[in-house]
Ligand binder design. Structure first.
Ligand code: NAD
Length: 367
């Protein structure tokens, strides 16, 4: 039987509650579809700090590195606001991204028909929306050196961040975007600020060269990132895949995601380079939302972002495209039935708990 290893890091707050609903889907797939998932589980974030004074232990980090895919819940909460900076809950997530070299962050923005009228944009602007933002995650201004505040000695200080990209970093992220576009509508729009930034000039050159050399079958366009933000709220359906750097991607993916409604609906994937021997990419899948301490422990969190993250895992780590499609269709079907958790509740719908939402999605998946 196929063996597919998953390492679960539920984390803090609503992370474990949402992960329980994914566990139900995995068990079903193992029992009824011989999916062959093997599951191991570790601690990350505040719960890891409580257990062993680190935001993720070396032993759990090793397991994350060895697994075919990591499913990550959420970390953080007021309980850990005062722990030392190096072991704060978020450091566990950052370590996973760094050690696993997860340079490509995938954030889909999909508008479920049943939720089209709950967006802040007009229904016809977002109905049927299905775009994917591919954000560079390990380079650029968040990591570039020098990064410091220096005292100028005249009563003034200077804050410095450095936007820096090397050719290989732009090549590999654009290759991910082109490859993904081939599985979708085959269009990539690259966004940078080549009009005012040297890193933008290089970004544009390298994306263009990568396209010409390896992906000329994909339609490529370029847009300045500020214009891209505007176009995303004006007519987002013009895009298929958007590829952009770490800083612009941070903002553009938040804009794109919010087109479609609640934080509780938004999945994400972070991918590394393909392994030279196996061709497999290291991968971590997580909802965009945090640990939601305000509702943790009440059984009312929306598990859809976590379940949709697992659907991305099926698609990108295991090439289980049919199962991923079915799971995403199950989410849409449950929303069509008018079932809602509190965060997406609207008139005429029925409010249900986290576990009931998980059960309903599994029932729709099982058919
Ligand atoms: P949050 O995403 O946890 O919550 C923001 C709001 O959205 C809250 O009102 C919350 O109840 C609601 N919400 C979020 N997810 C929901 C869901 N699945 N179902 C229903 N409602 C949902 O962001 P925050 O409040 O700014 O941060 C809370 C904690 O989470 C902080 O400690 C923060 O550092 C951490 N955080 C972690 C991650 C991560 O683990 N990747 C991401 C963001 C924030």
């Amino acid at each position: 039987m196929t063996s597919r290893s998953l390492f679960l890091l539920p984390g803090d707050g609503i992370g474990p509650e949402a992960m329980d609903e994914v566990r139900k889907v995995i068990s079903f797939m193992n029992e009824k579809e011989a999916a062959g998932f093997s599951i191991d589980e570790g601690l990350v974030g505040g719960c890891a700090y409580d257990a062993h004074g680190q935001s993720i232990s070396d032993a759990d980090m090793e397991k994350a590195m060895a697994a075919d895919a990591v499913l990550f819940g959420a970390v953080g909460g007021p309980k850990w606001d005062d722990v030392p900076y190096e072991v704060r809950p978020e450091a566990g997530l950052l370590r996973c991204r760094k050690d696993m070299e997860l340079f490509a962050n995938l954030r889909p923005a999909i508008c479920y028909p049943a939720l089209a009228n709950s967006s802040s944009l007009k229904q016809d602007v977002i109905e049927g929306l299905d775009i994917l933002i591919v954000r560079e995650l390990t380079g650029g201004v968040y990591f570039g050196e020098p990064k410091e505040i220096i005292d100028l000695g005249n009563g003034q200080k200077r804050g410095i961040d450095t936007q820096v990209y090397d050719t290989y970093e732009i090549e590999r992220i654009s290759a991910v975007a082109f490859e993904l576009a081939r599985t979708r509508r085959n269009e990539v729009c690259s966004m940078e600020k080549r009009n005012v930034m040297k890193s933008g000039v290089l970004w544009n050159e390298v994306v263009t060269a990568t396209h010409k050399a390896r992906f000329s079958d994909v339609k490529l366009s370029h847009m300045l990132a500020d214009a891209g933000g505007m176009q995303l709220v004006r007519w987002p359906k013009q895009f298929d895949v958007i590829v952009t750097d770490n800083l612009f991607g941070d903002m553009l993916s938040d804009i794109a995601a919010m087109l479609t409604g609640s934080l509780g609906m938004l999945p994400s994937a972070s991918l590394g380079a393909p392994d030279a021997k196996t061709g497999k990419r290291k991968a971590l899948y997580e909802p965009v939302h945090g640990s939601a301490p305000d509702i943790a422990g009440q059984g009312i969190a929306n598990p859809i972002a976590m379940i949709a993250s697992f659907a991305m895992c099926l698609r990108y780590s295991f090439n289980m495209v049919a199962e991923a499609d079915r799971l995403e269709a199950a989410i849409a079907a449950v929303l069509d039935q008018g079932l809602r958790t509190g965060d997406i509740m609207s008139d005429g719908c029925k409010q249900i708990s986290t576990a009931e939402m998980g059960d309903a999605i599994l029932a729709a998946y099982a058919g």
